[in-house]
Design a protein around this ligand. Structure first.
Ligand code: GLU
Length: 478
């Protein structure tokens, strides 16, 4: 763990240190992934360090499954970290140490109010329609007034006059009156630190210089700053961090993003929706950050271009269509062998990766996700007799089977099994029969793929190979 002096060093050298600090009470959802991305990009852009802290102090709600999913999701997105993750729960002693330092220096005090007493206080405040806030009843009392051995919490003695302005890099200047910040608990009666204390101590000890997080944490910044400033007054080397609170993501209907809108874990985008990590990376980047009207931005470009100036102030809307359009773009850019492996895993047994690799250039052209590529590839591995869709069966009605007979004979005589040669042969036959090429291609497609949509018919012939293609045509010919 970095010591206090390393933070002072950081402040001196101007190195940027960011952190992503998820609470592992759920999976890595879209909002969290975007926060992680912005932190990572900011650090990479400035040649600084990106750190990861798992905020697992809520032991009841934190699960190992969620921790694994978060780490796997970050890894999948290609967000790497410059140190192993810090687990907040490992650091309770250090958090408590800071609470006691604050107490000894007079920046915090012991509060002996019992839970029942505090409940009565709140009830009175409710009755008087006052804000529910600790009223500072032990702020100036001498602890000797408490009964011998009575349990106590440690509360921060926050300034009660004046105001604080945070120059947030996204929100601009935000001012809060000190009287609005109550003397909140930093150490519980059982000696455990509160979340508010833990975050501040960890950020300091990790040398974090820039705190980039959702704007639902903006209020917390005003509660956390008094701890930072008190510690800076006591021991120095606790500079104010730079804050950047980014607007939340909304659904396409403008409401706060929920499961209904696709606020799923990133693994759902990978597994269920067949999205490539570079597409989600690009999409999340554009969700709340912009560089002119550029939509397609690679990872390397993002590192070069990203800065907080491009982060907008209003909530962004999640749009699955846009994500799929970007995904289509990245599918076309992606290496065919890599896609073949991903698609083979989706198809499961019987998938031939080498064949998929060869087929990929024609399979991926119009696909928006890996599911569509896998569906489009199904004909390659279909077993004879081929199952026919209803529409495909219709294409085999009328004189289609007679036409297929002529096609079989013509193609069987063709020894050059290449797309160009097969096209030339088929066209010559169409002319001979006095039919349009479509009249031949349609029953061919039905016979070869069992469907009415497929890559170009001559590509299909080549990919299936001479024997399999002729066998499928024979099976439907008159
Ligand atoms: N653990 C908090 C969360 O997941 C983030 C705390 C912070 O970024 O300061 O919302």
């Amino acid at each position: 763990m970095a010591s206090e002096s390393s933070s002072a060093h950081t402040a001196r050298t101007g190195e940027v240190v960011t952190r992503f600090a998820p609470s592992p009470t759920g999976f890595l959802h879209i909002g969290g992934a975007r926060t992680a991305l912005f932190n990572w990009l900011y650090a990479r852009h400035h040649g600084g360090r990106a750190l990861l802290r798992i905020e697992d102090t809520d032991r009841k709600r934190s699960t190992q499954e969620a921790i694994d999913a978060i780490i796997e999701g970050l890894d999948w997105l290609g967000l790497d970290y410059d140190a192993p993750p810090i687990f907040q729960s490992d650091r309770a002693e250090r958090h408590a140490e800071v609470a006691w330092t604050l107490l000894k220096a007079g920046y915090a005090y012991k509060c002996f109010a019992t839970p029942e007493e505090l409940e009565r206080m709140r009830e009175e405040q409710r009755a008087q329609k006052k804000p529910l806030r600790y009223d500072g009843r032990w702020r100036d009392r001498d602890p000797s007034e408490a009964p011998e051995g009575a349990p106590f919490t440690i509360r921060l003695k926050t300034p009660d006059t004046g105001e604080v302005t945070i120059h947030d890099r996204v929100q601009g200047p935000v001012t809060v009156k000190n009287e609005e910040i109550d003397d909140y608990i930093i150490l519980r009666a059982d000696g455990t630190p509160t979340y508010m204390l833990a975050v501040v101590v960890d950020d300091h000890d990790m040398g974090v210089t820039h705190i980039i997080r959702g704007d639902d944490h903006l209020n917390n910044a005003f509660r956390q700053l008094p701890i930072i400033r008190a510690m800076n007054a006591i021991e120095g080397g606790w500079p104010d961090p730079v804050y950047a609170h980014i607007p939340l993501i909304h659904g396409s209907d403008g409401a706060k993003l929920s499961k209904r809108h696709g606020a799923l874990g990133v693994e759902a985008y990978r597994d269920e929706f067949g999205i490539l990590p570079e597409a989600l990376f690009n999409y999340l980047l554009r969700l709340g950050w912009g560089h002119g009207d550029r939509e397609e931005i690679t990872r390397e470009e993002a590192i070069t271009l990203f800065d907080l100036n491009g982060v907008g102030k209003s909530p962004s809307r999640f749009d699955m269509k846009k994500l799929e359009n970007l995904n289509g773009h990245y599918l076309r850019e992606a290496d065919d062998a890599r896609l073949a492996a991903l698609v083979a895993a989706r198809i499961g047994e019987g998938a031939d990766e080498a064949l998929l690799t060869r087929a990929m250039p024609v399979l991926k052209v119009r696909a928006k996700n890996l599911n569509e590529v896998a569906d489009g590839a199904a004909f390659l591995f279909a077993k004879r007799p081929l199952a026919m869709t209803e529409k495909a069966a219709q294409l085999l009605e009328g004189d289609a089977r007679t036409i297929l007979r002529s096609i079989c004979n013509a193609l069987a005589a063709q020894n050059d099994w290449t797309s160009d040669a097969l096209e030339a042969t088929t066209k010559a036959l169409a002319e001979e029969l006095g039919l349009g090429l479509g009249k031949l291609a349609q029953p061919m497609r039905a016979a070869l793929t069992g469907t009415t949509t497929s890559p170009g018919i001559f590509d299909v012939l080549v990919l299936l190979g001479r024997d399999e293609a002729l066998a499928r045509l024979e099976a439907q010919a008159a």
